[in-house]
Write a protein of this length. Structure first.
Length: 429
């Protein structure tokens, strides 16, 4: 399977879509003589035999539409621009928008999908289309390990040291202007690219950009032998990453616990942060959110120390219901594996405890960067009122809410396309 490093930005000229740069290392004949089969729900896309089946039934599909569907499925981890489709399917010839739209419509019809429902092929306004079904791959000649490696992108992983000496791992991927993502709970620079929990998020963030992210202390490839998880140390970790990367000015994005860290950095270094994006964040940690939240979070800390990383469906379901209740079963399994790989039980519990004491109330007014705050209305982990509180206290901040119950939004959630569009439009301004 060919790996794409980043998506090409869509350029539309009224009436026509002109030739774009060639997509990275892709050939239309990549798998057409292989035994690769893609499965999603009750569908099977057999590339070698050139067949699409729904259950046992063979679905009638035109060759060009089949090629388009294969290309979208192969690249399901990212948005594919219409220019790229033209290069891959039509060989870069000048093709009308109507012709491209017609083939996309036919591909949807073959999957019992429609432009209204967009259950499998989703249009991302101004950027292209993306296959959003849960794809499983089988190939008699390709091992599972090889498939996992193929799903990873090329990234440059390095290490630096925080102010207290803790070793922090960071990675750069993609090309273009920099975008720094603050670390959040449960990250692993390498494993994240194999996981459906994070792949779509990082893929979208690095389109036309160089994405810089890092593993929090006690997580992933960073130092696990740490005892101080305090908020001050977390901000120092971000400072160390920025200095090591050698970037003077950049947009900064934080998710969940990464939001207060991002706020603290932006308030301290207004000359360095050009734009600030806060998704699923909060002003104060869980110890400031009432007795019920305190009791449930303390109970979670106890469960983490005793059940972290175990193949216990009850324990796994507790986390799934809080962080991504609407995620498909595949994501739940990956989330369990994420626990095993990212950190130890003590580190996870100690970090959770540290997050309870966070409070950035007094520094919100010092943020000067244009700020976009996004929050899911039904977020089961951090209530939307927390996001509203963030936006209300940061001068000039914009607020956007989306219809979702997830804290970590899976690719299958329609809310992610809206979030991704909002982030890209904000950064492009």
């Amino acid at each position: 399977m060919t790996v794409q490093k980043f998506a090409i930005v869509l350029t539309v000229i009224p009436g026509l879509i002109r030739d774009s740069p060639k997509p990275l290392a892709h050939s239309r004949a990549t798998h057409y003589d292989s035994d690769v089969r893609y499965r999603f729900d009750d569908f099977e896309l057999a590339v070698g035999p050139h067949e699409l089946r729904h259950g046992r039934d063979l679905v009638a599909i035109e060759p060009q539409v089949f090629s388009l569907l294969v290309y979208l499925v192969e690249n399901h981890a990212r948005v594919v621009s219409k220019d790229e489709l033209i290069e891959a399917i039509w060989g870069g010839r000048v093709v009308s928008e109507a012709a491209v739209s017609s083939r996309i419509k036919s591909a949807r019809q073959a999957l019992n999908d429609s432009g209204r429902e967009q259950r499998y092929i989703k249009t991302i306004h101004g950027r292209g289309v993306r296959f959003v079904g849960d794809v499983a791959t089988s190939d008699d000649g390709v091992s599972a390990d090889k498939v996992a490696i193929q799903k990873m992108v090329a990234q440059d992983i390095r290490f630096c040291h925080s102010a207290d000496g803790a070793k922090i791992a960071y990675a750069t991927a993609g090309e273009g202007p920099p975008l720094i993502k603050t670390a959040n709970w449960l990250n692993h620079l390498e494993f994240d690219w194999q996981s459906p929990v994070w792949t779509h998020i990082f893929s979208d963030l690095m389109q036309g950009r160089q994405l810089i992210r890092y593993d929090a202390r006690g997580n992933g490839l960073s130092d696990w032998k740490v005892t101080d998880f305090s908020f001050e140390r977390q901000v120092e970790d971000l400072e160390a990453i920025v200095d090591a990367a050698g970037i003077d000015r950049f947009p900064l994005i934080g998710m969940s616990q990464g939001c207060p860290v991002s706020v603290a950095y932006a308030a301290k270094y207004p000359e360095r942060v050009s734009k600030l994006i806060l998704f699923g964040g909060y002003v104060r940690g869980w110890r400031f959110r009432g007795a019920e939240t305190v009791a449930s979070s303390e109970a979670m800390g106890t469960l983490i120390r005793t059940g972290w990383g175990r193949n216990d469906p009850t324990f796994r379901q507790m986390f799934t219901s809080l962080f991504m209740p609407d995620a498909p079963p595949e994501n739940q399994n990956w989330f369990n594996e994420l626990q095993l790989r990212t950190t130890s039980p003590d580190n996870a519990a100690n970090l959770l405890e540290a997050l309870g004491h966070v409070d950035v109330t007094d520094i919100l007014s010092k943020v000067e960067a244009p700020t976009l705050v996004i929050h899911c209305r039904g977020d089961m982990r951090v209530p939307m009122s927390s996001g509203q509180e963030l936006a209300a206290a940061i001068p000039g901040a914009r607020f956007m809410s989306v219809e979702s119950d997830n804290h970590i939004v899976p690719a299958t959630d329609p809310a992610w396309a809206k979030i991704s569009d909002a982030i890209n439009l904000f950064l492009a301004e």
